[in-house]
Design a protein around this ligand. Sequence first.
Ligand code: A4P
Ligand code: MG
Length: 455
Amino acid sequence: MRKMAIVPSLFTLGNAICGFAAIVHVGHYATSSDEGFLVMACWFVLLAMVFDAFDGKIARMTGYTSEFGGELDSLSDAVSFGIAPAFMVAVMHSRHMNTHPLWAKITWFFAICYASAAILRLARFNVENISDEAHHMEFKGLPSPAAAGAVVSLVMLQSWLKRGPGEIYEFLASYFGAESLAAIGSSIWKILPIWTVVIAYMMVSSRIRYPHLVNWVIKGRRTFDYFAYLIFGGIALALVYNISIPLLFVVYFFAGPVMTLYGWITGTGGLRVYKKDEEGDFSEKTYVGLGSNIGNRVMNLRSAIKRIKRHEDINLLRRSSFYKTKPVGGSPGQRDYLNGVLEITTDLSPIELLEYLQQVEIDVGRVRSTRWGPRKIDLDIVLYGGRIVEDDKLVIPHPRMHEREFVLRPMNEIAPDVIHPERRKTIQELFEELETQQEKVAASSAANGGDREEA
Ligand code: A4P
Ligand code: MG
């Protein structure tokens, strides 16, 4: 029987148990209409989030990351961040009998959309996010814990606005009047079903990118000041938690679309994702692939490198060796390629860099003929820091880099630890995977060839 890691699994189960407790409390609320149960259910969802934030970290600290842990995590998330909030929204609405029955049905539908979206998202995340969450700085679509937080924190806020408790509530009530606070509370309740369906959409939309807040806040080495701000800021927010928790979730909810839109407008292609280097600078190491299989291949590569180096906004840091490689794709009978990779930093945007590289290709004498056809020089942007760019003219990371030995071998020489921002694996891991895959293919084709000879 396979062995499993106890401590991280207990944390993940803690998440599921909190989700279950939340559902039970929503049930109590449905039968008793005591809003105390509802608020308690919300706290359970938030507590589930705490377990969820730490289970993966503990697994990594103890060296017990596993596929089993990943699956357990998703199943627990489906309960706590999918079913529990959806149930809450559906029940909350049916408790208020003064609304139109059609609206009650629509609310049901919205709650179902939310639950389905959360589950779909979790399944997609499992398939796409293969292993290493530690280096993973952004999400495609709103993550399910944040979605749940955006729902339950507003449920808590509307309940609090109706009746307190606490000094902050007293203060606000003395200032604005308890009736106005209650009116804000009940309007939150009215928009909640629509809010839920918008959140559902954000979860499944892969175009909207969200930062991985936990990794952004705690990853890397930071100054003492940063640490102090974090602690004092945390305490200040905790003091006014009734307001700060919903506010943080709502701000996070809008951060994705705003940053993605900003990326589109400025042409940086979505959310900018930086990886902090040791010195704490924002450095975006960029990798340019070089290939040539016509004429004097070494001269062609050298001539391209010389031109790239010449640009005042490009700083060449390293270059790999040149590797002789068999042509992949294209017409048969092509000559072997000579391939290499450059590590650069640049002030040029990804599109500006592409345009410059295309100019270099022309200067070196490339004539564009067929796709994957023979060429004097081919320059591709393999990686641009941790950025993900999806544009008509430009896709970064280069969409085929992970399956090409002629890219991964030179990359592995100069940058084995660099992480592929979408696959979340290091170059070395990708390279080793490819090698194993190739060995398997070679072994099976040898076996098949053998059969054929015998036949
Ligand atoms: N484009 C999109 N993303 C990028 C990017 N990250 N970097 C667009 C550069 N260009 C990008 O490229 C076609 C269009 O892709 C560009 O106009 C740009 O807007 P291209 O260089 O004109 O044409 P291509 O190289 O024939 O096509 P493609 O799709 O880039 O092919 P690959 O994937 O570069 O493959 N075998 C060996 N052994 N060694 C090689 O170097 N190279 C290829 C080309 C095939 N087989 C090879 C090698
Ligand atoms: Mg190319």
